[in-house]
Design a protein around this ligand. Sequence first.
Ligand SMILES: [Zn+2]
Length: 339
Amino acid sequence: MNFTIDTITVPPASVRHFRLPAVALPSGAGVEIPVTVVHGAEPGPVLLVTGATHGIELVGTRALLSLVSALDPRTLAGTVISVPVTNPLAFDQSSYGSPQDGMHMGLPCYWPASPEGSATRRLGAALRPLFDAATHYIDLHNNVEPAVPMSMRFEDSCSSESVRQQQRLMADSFGFTSVRMTEPDDDTAQMVGRMDGHPAAAASAHGKPGLMVELVDTRGYLGHDLGVAGVRNVMSALGMLTDPVTPQDAHRLDGDFTFHGLLAASASGIAMPVREPGALLEKGEEVVHIVDMTGAIVDTVRMPITGFAWAYLASPHQRNGTMAVNGGHALAFVAKLEA
Ligand SMILES: [Zn+2]
């Protein structure tokens, strides 16, 4: 059977590249979103994968370009919809969000779809038919080093137990340590804002099991191969590929983890992580030193819980900044090991 989105038709066992018209700029230039559909010979799940939801996070973009060029639709069951650049407004300006309205696409922009809204909401509305066509969803992000790859499960957003189970299957097969994302429940860490706006959470709330993945930016995007392997693993787990799921050795910790929040410095200076990201740390262990310009340690940040830090943040974390931080600034994403 053909696969159809709007006016685009993709016959079985074929690949189609196209561009979705999304936003008109003041000059009249049109902004389009690049899409590739790989439609298999056999029926199966429809997996939507997005990269550069945040315009400076290009590891997922490279992963998707590699993934799609290596897929053979003749041996695929189901369909892959690849969106290597989800926010071209941000991507083209090397910006986290869209300069036009200051919004980034980790905020709610697919549900509800707002074709009459601001520029970023119009991108969301243009992409919404892809979500409607999808049965499963992966959103590829990245942190900047020092960081370890991980994935985020928005279990609390799932519309049903079966969506939750599929989300768990996707996280386990992708192969990284996965963290259940919840609002921090005490004041030993900072919040990062509401969870339910993340595209993977919103998709899960609308019956499409969604997984958000944080890859690691090496500037040359060399972390992309882990993303390719992870998406292929999910495809295998969903029966789209016949290859076995292969474990990813990269920093997978045993146990169940829950998001604990962002650790902050109390003093200003240069943040110097004293432990590798991804190491399991006991409650009370030192994580980051803040050093002043005499070399003195003016603040020691400790783990408020037993768990791990998956990324140490540049300042501010939504840009490619440095580790020079102001007091009160977020320093590390941490997850708590559940007993
Ligand atoms: Zn991101």
